[in-house]
Ligand binder design. Structure first.
Ligand SMILES: [Cu+2]
Length: 313
């Protein structure tokens, strides 16, 4: 089929299954359609007005056995087709060892991709040929739909929920990515490309990506949602110490001690701000003890570290 339709040539294992199903159903539909058409033509000639063909009640065998026979026959053909094509799919797809988990976040109007190593891309997805890839997708705003025709996949991407698809890319090349759910004025621009690379080329690509720690990004989100920026930014009305460059420095505290700012210091400052007084600032920092989960705390401190070049964001 590749030579017949080069633009729609399948590029994943599932795409081949979908194509097989599609072409079989097409063949059955064409054969059935042609048969019916022929019968319509034949009967309209045979029973045209004025013809001498015999009319009247059908012979018993035709109106009973044959009628029942072809009805049950087609029912079983369709049940068989259903079992054959749907039986090959798994909902939801099972986890396999060594699968690659890639996160997809849709928003008006772009696709944001995050790789396991922390590499990020927008409106582009690079994946290795032959791997098992699980896309875990969610939306920041409205419903979108992740559609790659060459893979024969289309999956809605919903706000406040995760949806998954599993891919087995079987051919290198660059393939179109579309949003297939009308999502606002620039819906038609919400497109991109999926690039399937040979495993070695993919490894090289992966190595060339800037290493972004994913926890830093999570921390940045927490920093915003917990309202830290309301005080710790140059524009805020509350006077609070600058956090850029804080990590790794040694600071003098009001009680005369000096402290080296490490992870434990940051934790303490956030959970028990009363214990650490910074000269020149009012004790206005609220305690976050009990309101930040441990993993969130790690992400938050990673983000604060990144503000000092501790790891590049
Ligand atoms: Cu969209």
């Amino acid at each position: 089929m590749n030579e017949l339709f080069p633009f729609t040539a399948p590029a994943s294992i599932a795409a081949r299954q979908v194509d097989t199903a599609f072409y079989w159903i097409l063949v059955i539909a064409v054969v059935t359609g042609a048969l019916l058409l022929l019968l319509v033509i034949a009967f309209s000639i045979r029973y045209r007005r004025g013809s001498a063909a015999r009319r009247g009640a059908l012979p018993d065998i035709l109106s009973k056995e044959v009628e029942i026979g072809w009805t049950t026959g087609t029912v079983f053909i369709f049940l068989f087709l259903f079992w054959w094509f749907v039986g090959g799919f798994e909902f939801p797809p099972r986890h396999v060892p060594n699968e690659m988990e890639i996160h997809v976040v849709a928003k008006q109007w772009m696709w944001k991709i995050e790789h396991p190593g922390g590499a990020r891309e927008i409106d582009a997805l690079h994946i290795p040929e032959g791997a098992t890839i699980r896309l875990i997708m969610t939306s920041e705003d409205v419903i979108h739909s992740f559609y790659v025709p060459a893979f024969r996949i289309k999956q809605d991407v919903l706000p406040g929920r995760y949806t998954e698809i599993v891919l087995h890319p079987s051919r290198t090349g660059t393939f179109h990515l579309f949003c297939a759910e009308f999502c606002g004025t620039q819906h038609s621009h919400m497109t991109g490309f999926v690039t399937v690379m040979a495993p070695a080329a993919y490894a090289a690509w992966q190595n060339a990506q800037p290493k972004a720690s994913t926890t830093v990004a999570e921390g940045e989100v927490l920093y915003a949602t917990l309202g830290c920026a309301a005080c710790h930014s140059v524009r805020s009305r509350v006077k609070a110490p600058k956090l850029e460059g804080l990590y790794g420095s040694t600071i003098a505290l009001s009680d005369g001690r000096s402290a080296h700012v490490d992870e434990a210091y940051l934790r303490g400052a956030i959970l028990h701000p009363g214990d650490l007084r910074v000269p020149g600032f009012a004790p206005a920092m609220p305690s976050y003890a009990g309101s930040i989960a441990d993993t969130d705390m790690d992400a938050l401190t990673d983000y604060l570290k990144s503000l000092s070049g501790g790891s590049s964001p």
